[in-house]
Design a protein around this ligand. Structure first.
Ligand SMILES: Nc1ncnc2c1ncn2[C@@H]1O[C@H](COP(=O)(O)OP(=O)(O)OP(=O)(O)O)[C@@H](O)[C@H]1O
Length: 699
């Protein structure tokens, strides 16, 4: 035993020396970046060009400083020894010295680091040994080795508990940490996949879908420069979830990834909630067609048009207006942009009409003069010109009409603009959505496939605040009236992707012209607004079958004991889903019963007892949304994180107390799936408190 300890201590000491060398190089790089930034900020710049260049340089350097600072913690975590004797150290970023052939530190995303994650004794990938380093700050505190080539351990090998076990035993902090040191082979294969299109990752709760999604985002930034240039977006279901994951990418040295919810993406702050039935209806793709119909209905609906030009009224024929309308519609431009084209075509027609009427008027005058005086005015004018020595033919009415000048005047004419406004009004996204949803006739006309009851549900009071389900409708309307979103991304990661409605998918796909996405989720955890039952149904309308589907099978969060208690529930909500294999063991979950009036006391006692027995652990209390207020008022948040079941997706705690499971099940449609989510949040202990008026409290 002491011999093993001696070997370990000696190897730790050796690694300390190497890690401190790497640390020195890291400090040099950080100091250099900070100094350069300070120099650029202090420099004087003359003229707009120089100011711009200075700002660009300062931005780049500030990003570099943040990248280095973010990766400092746990900078080095691994080492691989190849059978040919080459040694590479793996870390959160790469470090090179010009004088050395091999990198001092290999970025975990580099191809050279792949064997660190994927080598197995069956496929050793030319490795003899894989070593994990445990660090406290910059000091190496432990090493553990795996021998992969079948060779026997030598006096330099420290074969012991894997680092994954240590990582999983750590207390939860309420914020997810990077798993870069312990990514498992099936996860790494997805993170590092060369597939640039859409990758879908499915798997039960705790199989590391979020871990994979976030590390994939970091990998894309590293390995796909074109996508990285356009930026990466991580989309999550709500602000609570984004807060939970917000530290992972900065700790991988990536600070420029945008984290957002759908509402943030569309720039809309919902001010009201609505029923699940309404949210579901609004998620249907039929709404996209209906909104497009509303916009079309505002584009020169038909009939002749009288236009006032100066003191004259000019009649434009239905067919001319229709021609302008069709040309503008088929231009591929969004409504407000196509308005200009429509106006120009209309003005062209008007100009022609004016030319024609002015020629007619002149000819009429000529004819009247000839009738009254017997003079042919054109001939008289020609004779006058010849006398004056001017040979040119006299101007006809058509020559006198300056079409370009008239056209330019008409384009600026306020009355014409007013006419165009009536025919092709400028629209806002809000106008379009309101027009559909606040007008029963519009609902009847454009959503004929819905029942009367469904249309009645969709009707909203004019001016009522927007809801979550309105966000993708507003976004759809924005794309119809103003065109595609200005800000698009090179790669989009969607977590809890099973939650998205068809309308939400449309808003995401719109922002990813390259169709490069990582989508992770689990339909057994789908919320009530989800109507699709699998990826084909959810993605088919937008991506066809063009996605690479991967499945994660190993659970890293929920213990085997907890998963066992959810088997019946899972069989009901997802009959064909194979159970996942968890690598965690723990206590058998407990159930308490409380009468309604003693629920709070039972819960507080349970939390106090857990707090005493396991100080410092993070406990989550999960209840039906409608019960949150009661529990918050009782001061539950002094002991635990209080989470409404609708917002528990993706979160994780050391221990979970699920309050009134029946209440969660019946609170909203698909409540059994909410309960499944709630029961699978704990890494160590689960306690369920049932509420029943007739049950005596049992302990
Ligand atoms: N390779 C790994 N190394 C260390 N920890 C890991 C690894 N993979 C997953 N975990 C941990 O397992 C837990 C569950 O991971 P994660 O949240 O990514 O699962 P999930 O599949 O997204 O879960 P859910 O379906 O509930 O959203 C997290 O604490 C995560 O850090």
């Amino acid at each position: 035993m002491s011999q093993i300890n001696d070997v370990a201590a000696r190897e730790v000491e050796r690694e300390r020396v190497q890690v401190s060398v790497i640390g020195e190089l890291f400090d040099e790089r950080l100091d250099e970046a900070r100094e350069q930034l300070a120099r650029v900020l202090a420099s004087q710049s003359d003229g707009a060009g120089e100011v711009y260049e200075r700002e660009v340089a300062a931005g780049r350097l500030a990003r570099e400083v943040r990248r280095l600072e973010g990766a400092e913690d746990g900078l080095v975590f691994g080492r691989i020894d190849l059978v040919d004797g080459t040694v590479l150290r793996i870390g959160r970023l790469g470090l090179h010295r010009d004088s050395d052939e091999l990198p001092v530190l290999v970025d975990w995303r580099a191809e050279a680091a792949r064997p660190f994650y994927e080598a197995t004794p069956v496929h050793p990938m030319k490795l003899r040994r894989r070593r994990h380093l445990r660090l406290s700050g910059r000091t190496v505190t432990g090493v553990s080795d795996e021998l992969l080539d079948g060779s026997a351990p030598t006096a330099q090998d420290v074969v012991g508990d894997g680092p994954l076990t240590a990582a999983l035993q750590e207390r939860r902090t309420g914020r997810m940490g990077a798993a870069v040191a312990t990514l498992q082979a099936e996860q790494d294969a997805i993170v590092r996949s060369p597939h640039r299109g859409v990758t879908v990752v499915q798997g039960g709760p705790g199989t590391g879908k979020t871990v994979v999604a976030l590390h994939r985002a970091a990998y894309v930034l590293y390995a796909f420069p074109k996508a990285a240039e356009r930026g990466v977006l991580v989309l999550g279901p709500n602000a609570r979830f984004l807060d939970y994951i917000c530290q992972v990418l900065p700790s991988l040295g990536e600070n420029d990834v945008v984290l957002a919810t759908c509402g943030e993406l569309a720039g809309v702050v919902p001010g009201a909630v609505e029923s699940i039935e309404v949210a579901r209806l609004k998620g249907s793709a039929a709404l996209a067609d209906a909104l497009a119909d509303v916009v079309r209905s505002r584009q020169a609906p038909g009939g002749d048009v009288e236009v006032r030009v100066g003191q004259e009224w000019i009649r434009l024929h239905d067919r001319d207006v229709a021609q302008a309308r069709e040309a503008a519609r088929t231009s591929g431009l969004a409504h407000n942009r196509a308005r200009r084209m429509f106006k120009e075509l209309l003005v062209d027609t008007l100009t022609r009409e004016l030319a024609r009427s002015s020629i007619e008027a002149l000819e009429r005058i000529d004819a009247q003069v000839a009738q009254l005086t017997g003079l042919d005015l054109d001939r008289v004018a020609a004779a006058d010109l010849r006398r004056l020595g001017v040979d040119d033919a006299p101007a006809t009415g058509a020559d006198e009409f300056d079409a370009d000048a008239v056209r330019a005047d008409l384009l600026e004419d306020a009355l014409i603009d007013k006419t165009v406004d009536d025919l092709w009004p400028r629209l806002t996204p809000g106008d379009v959505v309101q027009e559909l949803l606040t007008d029963a006739d519009a609902l009847d006309a454009y959503l004929g496939q819905f029942t009367d009851d469904q249309r009645a549900l969709l009707w909203r009071t004019p001016g009522a605040p927007w809801t979550d389900a309105d966000v993708p409708l507003l976004d759809e309307a924005a794309s119809l009236v103003d065109g595609p979103p200005e800000h698009v991304f090179g790669h989009i990661v969607v977590d809890e992707a099973q939650e998205l409605t068809l309308m939400q998918w449309r808003m995401i796909v719109r922002r990813c012209p390259g169709r490069s996405m990582t989508l992770v989720g689990d339909f057994a955890q789908a919320g009530p607004a989800t109507v699709a039952r699998d990826w084909k149904e959810a993605l088919g309308p937008h991506l066809g079958g063009r996605f690479d589907l991967r499945t994660l099978t190993v659970g890293y969060r929920t213990t085997q004991e907890i998963l066992a208690t959810t088997e019946d529930l899972l069989a009901r909500i997802a009959p064909n889903r194979p159970a996942i294999r968890s690598i965690r063991r723990g206590e058998v979950p407990r159930t308490l019963a409380a009468a309604p009036e003693s629920l709070v006391a039972t819960l507080v006692r349970e939390l106090q007892e857990q707090g005493t027995a396991y100080p410092g652990e993070l406990i989550g209390v999960i209840c039906a949304d409608g019960r949150t207020e009661q529990l918050a008022a009782a001061g539950i948040e002094r002991h635990a994180r209080l989470v409404p079941a609708s917002q528990a997706r993706g979160l994780e705690f050391d221990a979970a107390v699920v309050v009134d499971p029946d209440g969660i099940t019946t609170a909203r449609p698909g409540g059994e799936r909410d309960l499944y989510v709630a029961l699978t949040r704990a890494t160590k202990r689960l306690c369920t408190i049932t509420v029943s008026p007739t049950t005596e409290i049992t302990r």
